[in-house]
Structure formats: C-alpha cells, structure tokens
Design a protein around this ligand. Structure first.
Ligand code: UTP
Length: 283
C-alpha cells in the first residue's frame, strides 16, 4: 500500500497543482521508484491512496496509446518498451482519500483491500536506495518474527528531534524488540538515534487500532499513535534497513537524491561528476 494523497506543503509551490510523488528524480517519477521497490520485493498487488490533484499518478501507470503509437512511428523501440513496462509493472489499484486526515487515515482506507492479511506500507514520497530492496528486507523480518515491522535508519544523534524515534532491546544486529516510539523527541529524551524510515509491515490489527486513535498532532490521525496502541497489546519489531533513504518531500533531500541517483546512471556519471567538481571549487 502506497499512501500518496498528502498535500506536500513542504514542497510548495511545486506541489500546488501536481503531486510531490510525481516529482522526477533524474527522469523517473518518485512513485515509480517506490512501485519498483515493491515489485522487486515480490509484491504483485499494489494499492495507491490518492486524492484531489493526484490524477497524474493514475495516468502515469495507465496506457497512453497515442504516445505509444507515436514512438512506434518514430521506431523508438527502447522508449516504447520502457513505457509499456511501466503499465505492466504490477496490478495497481487506487482509492481516493477524500479528506486529508493524516497518514493513519490514509492507511485506514486500505481496510477492505487488505482483508485479513499483513501488508507492506511504502510512503510514496520516500525512495530507499539499497542492494536488497528495502521492502524485501522488511518482509524477511516479518517472516522470521511474525510481528508488525517498522523500518528504521540510523540518523545523526544531533538530529533526532526531526524524526520519529524508536527505542527497544536488541534481538540481533539489525532487529530491535520495540519498547518505545516518540515523535520528534528532544536530544536528551531520545531513546536512540534510530528513526522511522517510511516503510512498515502492518497486520490487520492496525485497522481496529486506527478506529481507536484520536486525532493527534496537526489534528490528523497519526500512524505512530495507532502503532502505540498496538504496542500495548502485542509486540512490534524495528528493523534497521540496509540502504540509503531519501525523503523527496523536503527540498534539500530532493536535490541530494537527484544528484546521487544521477551519479549512478552510466550516461550522467562522468559529466555530472565533472560539473560537481567544477562548482565545488568555488564553494
Ligand atoms: P507527509 O508526512 O510527508 O505529509 O506524508 P504531506 O502532507 O504529504 O506533506 P507535507 O508535510 O505537507 O509537506 C507522508 C506520506 O503520506 C501520504 C503523503 O502523500 C506521503 O506520501 N499522506 C499523508 C496521505 O496519503 N494522506 C494524508 O492525509 C497525509
């Protein structure tokens, strides 16, 4: 499940009339990286939560017959095949979140789709660059422990006050039995420097927890608050994901993502490196 209905106020004015999830990193919309991660993790059925102003997400994963015809006329088979592969990536469904009542509310919209099975949540504005797809790492942890899984990443201890931070007891090098979860703690109150990273494996219990979750920060239904209700009833693990996370919903991270992902592309690596070295001389 990919929540992608949010306002994206941190990225205004770009997000006034277009979804932040469609902002391109190099030449590919952010949400396509996210769908690719799910597909590479073995997921075949994807539910995207959209909302007002998000139609371009649906169009992106739909066929564009006129464009395909034009590419065939131009005999551009490479682009033609690339376009067709986007349409055929997975079985993608859409539900609209009519009022933006927060991430928890977006997830609640999946209750009829997920039936009685655990499901993965991948935030639509977060890319994880990793060797083993991040969601695959999370599914592996779920299969081993059979508990709700929260993906976390190590952050600089001086920046814990910007993130949701977890605390817990080490079960292995990368797995923690969760005891605590605090939204944006002060440096002295933070139980660790492990920050929630926008990837979850949730169980159907989350839906009844969301029903009991009062509006929290920003007058929104917060997923963290619902997870805290779950934590009172059953155990949750956190897994330290291996890879690098980019939250493209904030402008600086978006710029960094574009540079890092650009440097990974054969056609841009050399000229982009040259450019960076050149401008770095004057910094
Ligand atoms: P954010 O916390 O980044 O919120 O959402 P936002 O509203 O999109 O952005 P800002 O803070 O105003 O800049 C994390 C993910 O959850 C989705 C967003 O689309 C994003 O992918 N989301 C958030 C929803 O689907 N519905 C909501 O009500 C809120």
């Amino acid at each position: 499940m990919i929540p992608a209905a949010g306002f994206g106020t941190r990225f205004l004015p770009a997000t006034k009339a277009q979804p932040k999830e469609m902002l391109p990193v190099v030449d590919t919309p952010t949400i396509q990286y996210v769908v690719q991660e799910a597909v590479d993790s073995g997921i075949e059925d994807i539910l995207i939560i959209t909302g007002r102003g998000k139609r371009s997400i649906e169009d992106h994963f739909d066929r564009n017959i006129e464009l395909e015809r034009r590419l065939l006329e131009k005999q551009d088979e490479i682009l033609y095949n690339e376009l067709r592969s986007i349409e055929e990536m997975a079985n993608i469904h859409f539900i609209r979140q009519k009022e933006l009542n927060g991430l928890g509310d977006a997830i609640y919209h999946a209750r009829f789709h997920c039936r009685n099975e655990p499901f993965a949540v991948l935030l639509g504005d977060t890319i994880v660059d990793s060797v083993i797809p991040c969601t695959r790492q999370m599914i592996d942890a779920y299969e081993q422990y059979g508990q709700t899984v929260i993906g976390v990443e190590t952050v600089d201890p001086s920046k814990v006050d910007r993130y949701g931070i977890v605390g817990g007891d080490k079960l292995s090098e990368t797995i923690l039995q969760l005891t605590d979860m605090i939204e944006k703690p002060s440096i002295k109150d933070a139980p660790s420097n492990l920050a929630v990273a926008g990837r979850y494996i949730l169980t159907p219990e989350i839906f009844s927890a969301l029903e009991k979750t009062p509006r929290g920060k920003g007058n929104e239904i917060q997923l963290t608050d619902a997870l805290r209700i779950i934590l009172d009833q059953e155990s949750i693990i956190a897994t330290v994901i291996s890879g690098k996370r980019f939250d493209i919903g904030n402008k600086l991270d978006f710029m960094k993502t574009t540079i890092e992902m650009g440097l990974k592309r054969d056609e841009f690596k050399a000229p982009l490196s040259e450019f960076i070295k050149e401008i770095a001389k004057n910094l």
